[in-house]
Write a protein that binds this ligand. Structure first.
Ligand code: PMV
Length: 350
């Protein structure tokens, strides 16, 4: 066994502004389309991997709950790849890599804690598998490209959490995935005024996980084909430009439209996938009412495969946004009613 037998890392979630939904290769976890995300540093998975020789099997515990690895092939995919690389490295290296731990007879004991609800469409698997891959990278001295690939094998969107700030995950076209990669577009401090507010509408687990959901969409949705070929490529170009020029209104409008298109392809799946709840729709209505009221796009929403909402705004608008969230949520009022109720005093009192 090498020197380092245990590593703890902490990795943020990332929220996609342009969503990944659908794979072109299930085994290699290659996406059908490019996606762009922003890491949210305050929401994190903290993961410890111990390499132990006296355990009967690999084990994973998330927020104190043991994961049934028999039902979760994504962990096995990562573990098999790490073991393959560790063995290959020993063989390739004439002297043997003295610093890397030996893999024979070693089991992985993994403990992960998140500071937000998991399985509720808040990108928990992204942070979880990115942390796992990152920790394996530290234990086995893997390069960044390999860490990105291992994260992707666990959960596609996880590969974006390996880099910080704004990240572009490029789908590529090569059958072996050699041109599928992640690049950093800008660090988080490129746009210090940008803030995210997470509105948790439900802590329940989602009815259908993203893996099955995506498979069903790829099999049955005709809208997905249109999205992948005709919509996403242009959106990525425009979003990258909005990020580099810190153009909030363009970023916000692309983000909202892309979230809405994700949920449209979910509804176009047969049978349909419904991830949003009544409170999610209420938030969507509230955001549009606010933007109408202020005559400018000041806030954006986005939803992953779940009902919880990530809102984006620039820092000067955050007091108003929070005041409105407190005043109008929860509420069963319709968006038009919110607009009527949204008097100037709300903004001024904020
Ligand atoms: O990484 P997965 O398999 O959990 O898929 C996540 C997909 C979305 O969160 C809905 C969108 C995205 O790009 O993160």
């Amino acid at each position: 066994m090498g020197k380092q037998k245990k590593v703890t890392v902490s990795v943020p979630i990332n929220i996609a502004l342009i969503k990944y939904w659908g794979k072109r290769d299930e085994e290699l976890m290659l996406p059908l389309n490019d996606s762009v995300s922003l890491s949210i540093d305050e929401l994190r998975a903290t993961t410890t991997i111990s390499l132990v020789t006296d355990a009967a099997a690999d084990s994973v515990c998330i927020n104190g709950k043991e994961v049934d690895l028999g039902k979760q092939s994504r962990f096995a995919r990562c573990f098999n790849e790490v073991r393959r690389l560790a063995r290959k490295r020993k063989l390739d290296d004439a002297d043997g890599d003295k610093t890397a731990p030996s893999i024979d007879g070693v089991k992985f004991v993994i403990n992960s804690e998140t500071n937000f609800p998991i399985e509720a469409g808040l990108a928990s698997s992204a942070a979880g598998f990115a942390a796992l891959a990152f920790a394996f990278g530290r234990l086995f001295h893997l390069d960044d490209t390999t860490v990105v690939r291992i994260a992707r094998l666990g959960s596609g969107s996880a590969c974006r959490s390996v880099l910080s700030g704004f990240v572009h995950w490029r789908a590529g076209a090569a059958a072996d995935g050699s041109d599928c990669d992640c690049i950093s577009l800008a660090s988080a401090d490129h746009w210090p005024e940008l803030r995210a507010v997470v509105a948790v509408t439900s802590g329940d687990s989602k009815a259908m996980g993203s893996t099955r959901g995506m498979e069903n969409t790829v099999e049955t949705s005709t809208l997905l084909k249109h999205r992948v070929s005709n919509v996403v490529p242009d959106r990525v170009v425009r979003l990258r430009h909005a990020i580099s020029s810190r153009d909030f209104a363009t970023l916000a409008n692309i983000t909202m439209r892309d979230s809405n298109q994700l949920h449209s392809v979910c509804l176009d799946t047969h049978p349909p996938l419904m991830y949003l709840n009544e409170a999610s729709w209420h938030l969507i209505g509230l955001v549009h009412a606010l933007n109408d009221h202020f005559g400018a796009t000041r806030v954006a929403y986005t939803f992953d495969a779940g009902p919880n909402c990530c809102l984006f705004a620039e820092v000067d608008f955050i007091p108003t946004l929070l005041a409105c969230l407190l005043k109008y949520c929860p509420s069963s009022g319709s968006p038009t009613k919110i607009l009527e109720k949204l008097d100037k005093s709300t903004a001024e009192s904020a």
